[in-house]
Design a protein around this ligand. Structure first.
Ligand SMILES: Cc1ncc(COP(=O)(O)O)c(C=O)c1O
Length: 445
């Protein structure tokens, strides 16, 4: 069978190399879940427990989690676990009844945004949030055109998959969708801000030429699936001006960089000095509980709210709100924004030191605890070297350290640990990475 690939996906045709018990579970899993699911790594990990920055497998072996942003305050954080347990035993219902916690949490959440963004609507997943944000944008602008970056991922609903090019050639892009090149700061010599802006403008003009009014430019403000592009801060601002000049809105997808990850502020767009029209939140919001949402300029919701009611059965329920509120408690109490900045800076420095001794590493970039390390064939052509990146990912896994890769070619290491990553964890990660690069004969010391 010809299966569409995913970066760092387990290849089921190589299951014979696995322990009998692992192989049996994989077989049962694909029999009952069908062919669409993927596992990570050449040798998938059978996890049974997690704690802080550690995942523990069925044999009791511990893996350092340098990849997962959902458990942002750490796996199974006691404050979050306790909040979920307490609220589950008291009340769990939906937003057609009046209860405090959704209002309390919403007020607290919007207070972390610029004043212009005063409303929040809850969903269960990031995909639903993107879907809702684009419905609002289409309703407001009377348009339908969507502009995204070339390898963007925004989710799985049919509307959103139609503008998620990273799903691959097997998933058609809509005729109302235009892509712009990612702001590849490693390869673009010109001013990346001006280039992105003129690309967005050209995409908007092309939509109009085809009779389609642009509704929105949506981007992940850290360009995670495009390969992690962070600098220079501010490069997004001219593109935001151009989409507005074309009559469209700017939607910031904060599913990846949101909740203090970049170490600069709670939200990735703030590094770029822009105030979006709509912001999409997800993954880390409930530390694993399914809560996501759309933060909006209130005026954008007026007409939408008049035309259509909104009810999402599980979204914003008291248990999810308790978890999400506990996440904010821990981020504030333990100053995880500062931790993301300081430990992230150490990681960046350490990765740059490894890169200096490793000619196959072309570029290292990052903001806070979101970093990318780009493997290339050589420094002149800067051709992508995905097989090297994948070898590094799998060898790290064999040494109980978990990361993955991203970018259109899969040649960029994606390093994105829980926000409670410490200086010691960073040192362990950097030492192990250096050993792996040495093992692969890539190190020139
Ligand atoms: C940038 C971005 N947007 C949206 C989504 C969709 O979120 P979910 O998987 O919760 O539907 C993802 C998920 O990976 C994402 O990375």
């Amino acid at each position: 069978m010809n299966r569409p690939t995913m970066i760092n996906a387990f290849d089921p045709s190589r299951a014979d190399d696995l322990a009998a018990e692992t192989k049996r579970l994989i077989e049962r899993r694909s029999r009952v879940l069908g062919p669409s699911y993927r596992l990570f790594y050449e040798r998938p990990i059978h996890v049974v427990r997690s704690e802080g920055v550690w995942l523990i497998d069925v044999h009791g072996d511990k893996y350092l989690d340098v990849y997962n942003n959902v458990p942002c305050v750490g796996h199974c954080h006691p404050t979050v676990v306790e909040a979920i347990a307490r609220q589950s035993s008291v009340l769990n219902t939906h937003t057609r009844y009046l209860f405090d916690s959704v209002v309390d949490y919403a007020e607290r959440l919007v207070a972390t945004f610029p004043n212009a963004l005063g409303n929040v609507m809850f969903t269960c997943t990031g995909s639903e949030a993107v879907d809702l944000a684009t419905r609002i944008a289409c309703s407001q602008t009377r348009g339908s055109g969507i502009i995204v970056t070339a390898n963007a991922y925004h989710g799985v609903t049919s509307a959103v998959a139609a503008f998620s090019p990273s799903l691959g050639a097997g998933v058609a892009l809509g005729s109302h969708v235009r892509t712009v090149p990612a702001p590849d700061t490693y390869r673009v010599n010109a001013d990346v801000a001006l280039r992105l802006a003129s690309d967005v403008e050209a995409a908007a003009q092309d939509l109009k030429r085809h009779g389609i009014q642009p509704a929105a430019f949506i981007c992940d403000s850290i360009f995670s699936s495009d390969g992690v592009y962070v600098d220079p801060p501010g490069f997004l601002a001219p593109a935001v001006e151009r989409i507005r000049a074309a009559g469209g809105l700017f939607i910031a997808d904060e599913v990846q960089p949101g909740f203090a990850r970049t170490g600069h502020s709670m939200w990735g767009f703030a590094r770029h000095n822009v105030t979006p029209d709509l912001v999409v939140l997800g993954k880390p919001m409930g530390n694993g509980m399914p809560i996501a949402g759309v933060v909006a300029r209130p005026e954008l919701l007026e007409e939408f709210g008049r035309k259509s009611r909104y009810f999402n059965t599980f979204a914003g329920n008291p248990v999810s709100c308790a978890a999400a509120s506990a996440v904010l408690d821990v981020i504030e109490r333990d100053d995880l924004l500062k931790n993301a900045a300081s430990v992230g800076a150490l990681l960046l420095q350490g990765l740059k030191a490894i890169a200096r001794d490793t000619p196959s590493i072309g570029d290292v970039r990052g903001a806070g605890l979101f970093l990318g390390v780009e493997f290339v064939t050589d420094h002149t052509t800067r051709g992508p070297a995905p097989e090297l990146a994948l070898s590094v990912v799998n060898r790290l896994r064999e040494r109980n350290v978990l990361i993955s890769a991203s970018g259109p070619h899969g040649n960029v290491l994606k390093i994105r640990p829980p926000l409670v990553f410490t200086v010691d964890h960073a040192a362990l990660f950097l030492d192990t990475l250096r050993e792996v690069v040495r093992d692969l004969d890539l190190l020139v010391e």
